[in-house]
Design a binder for this molecule. Structure first.
Ligand SMILES: Cc1cc2nc3c(=O)[nH]c(=O)nc-3n(C[C@H](O)[C@H](O)[C@H](O)COP(=O)(O)OP(=O)(O)OC[C@H]3O[C@@H](n4cnc5c(N)ncnc54)[C@H](O)[C@@H]3O)c2cc1C
Length: 459
């Protein structure tokens, strides 16, 4: 018997789920038929690379950490060339009190660093003596202030949260947004003790598994993943419908009926995987279960804008405030419009032609969501004014690009884990699967990992 599966959403979550389903079905000798419905006119979702005059510009994600193995494994299986970040990219900065200060990477540089005051460093040193909490969840801010002190939150964690979630630490859940940190306290009673214990273990692992924690990407940008997956899926007989406009799902006699108005399709499926954002999934299941639909709607997203800009190398390097490295993050307390800046072509050299540098400025997020609603021209102006002010840069870029996401990154708020548990429980009841960055990890790598697990579960 053939299992007829529909996948709704052709981002990395949906495409990698289709890939693993085909792989597992072959391994297990099962018969499946897959159809992908994508709302837009191209696949990839947030993964989108623009090629412009020799520049490789990422509109969304630009890579993954080598400690997250799923994308590396997938890239190898698809015969894609992985590139590693430049050594200089290990230098990361935070913008504090008018200048870029290097974020300390080890205990010695931490003691010498100017990021925290002596008072802040002493407070942080008390961490192993702070009793663990037995609360079911806490906001990131509550957790960090309790364990590491307010200064560590304001100067180190807040900018990091802006960099990952474009989020608000006073609303994000520590348990869902940073599950590993949450577990460290549970397991070791202290973050510092836990990190020391893990470091010891890693030393042993390192001998066999190689180095971890470097930023990786693909030679021609992350969209290579999408093209390779699309080719593989088409060759494997997967049907892909773009510009899809699906009506809410209907269920009859145990099967789902999907009606795609734009593509003139009405078909029945045994199983539906919703790999679109939670708010889109909410609409699609509204006729199946009202409560499930409401729960999905509760997952909030933060808006984010990305301004890519290219400078002549000599112009950028002559700016007094500029420092070579990965880029910098801006804490909320600095009261700026931008969240941070990535020096893309200093991380991956081939992102700009020789003699030029490509940067990407992030704006908006939970701090200033209203910024993302402005005209692109205005967003570019705000971003450039701030960049020039921070780096003390007088020259203009040779070009700019602006990409806006009104619902860019899921914001895992307090008790997100309970919300997800309930969504998955109801999903199981109706033979529906939910898989996207809205549930168990916002990173690109998390989506690929979850896709493989889901394929295993289904087959
Ligand atoms: C600006 C930005 C920078 C980022 N940087 C990084 C980074 O450096 N590293 C990292 O790990 N992660 C990063 N991320 C996060 C990463 O991009 C995402 O986690 C990942 O791409 C999400 O993939 P997804 O398939 O779950 O969702 P999406 O990419 O959102 O894909 C969902 C798909 O569903 C489609 N869809 C929506 N509604 C419907 C419908 N009704 N019917 C059919 N299809 C529908 C959409 O069009 C879309 O194609 C970044 C995100 C943003 C926005």
């Amino acid at each position: 018997m053939i299992m007829n599966i529909a996948i709704i959403g052709g981002g990395i979550s949906g495409l990698s789920t289709a890939y693993y389903l085909i792989k597992k079905a072959k391994e297990k000798g099962k018969n499946i038929k897959i159809t992908i419905f994508e709302k837009k006119d191209k696949l990839g979702g947030k993964v989108n690379t623009e090629y412009y005059n020799g520049f490789i510009i990422e509109k969304g994600p630009n890579g993954w950490l080598s400690s997250k193995e799923a994308p590396t494994k997938l890239a190898k299986e698809l015969n894609l060339k992985i590139i590693e970040a430049n050594k200089n990219a290990q230098k990361r900065y935070v913008f504090l009190n008018g200048k870029l200060i290097r974020i300390p990477e080890d205990p010695i540089s931490f003691i010498l660093s100017q990021v925290l005051s002596w008072k802040g460093k002493l407070r942080l040193a008390l961490e192993p003596f702070i009793k663990p909490s037995n609360k079911e969840d806490e906001t990131v801010a509550e957790f960090i202030i309790r364990r590491l002190g307010r200064e560590a939150l304001d100067k180190l964690l807040d900018p990091m949260i802006a960099g990952i979630f474009a989020g608000n630490p006073f609303r994000l859940s520590i348990r869902s947004a940073f599950p590993k940190v949450w577990e460290l306290e549970k397991k070791y009673g202290s973050l510092i003790k836990g990190m020391l214990a893990l470091k010891k273990q890693r030393k042993i692992e390192k001998a066999s598994a190689g180095p971890t924690g470097n930023l990786l990407s693909l030679e021609k940008g992350l969209y290579e993943f999408i093209t390779a997956l699309e080719n593989f899926l088409k060759e494997s007989g997967v049907r892909i419908f773009l510009n899809s406009s699906l009506l809410p799902l209907e269920k009859r006699e145990g099967k789902y009926i999907l009606e795609d108005k734009n593509n003139n399709i009405e078909e029945t499926f045994d199983r539906v995987i919703l790999s679109c954002p939670a708010f889109a999934a909410s609409k699609l299941v509204s006729n199946i279960d009202k409560r499930l639909s409401e729960l999905l709607q509760e997952i909030k997203y933060t808006p984010i804008a990305v301004v890519a800009c290219a400078f002549k190398k000599e112009d950028l390097y002559s700016a007094k405030g500029f420092k070579e490295g990965f880029g910098f993050l801006v804490p909320y307390k600095e009261k700026r419009n931008i969240l941070g800046v990535l020096f893309d072509s200093l991380v991956f050299e081939n992102r700009a032609p020789k003699g030029y540098v490509l940067l990407r400025i992030m704006l908006g997020g939970a701090r200033k969501p209203e910024l993302v609603l402005r005209e692109k021209k205005e967003i570019v102006k705000i971003a450039l004014n701030e960049l020039k002010d921070i780096l003390k840069l007088s020259k203009d870029p040779i070009f700019t690009r602006c990409y806006r996401y009104l619902r860019g990154i899921p914001h895992y708020e307090l008790y997100h884990h309970k919300l997800v548990e309930e969504i998955f429980r109801l999903g199981k009841k109706y033979n529906l699967s939910f898989l996207s960055n809205a549930y168990a990890g916002v990173a690109f790598a998390d989506c690929i990992k979850a896709a493989e697990s889901l394929a295993n579960e289904i087959l």
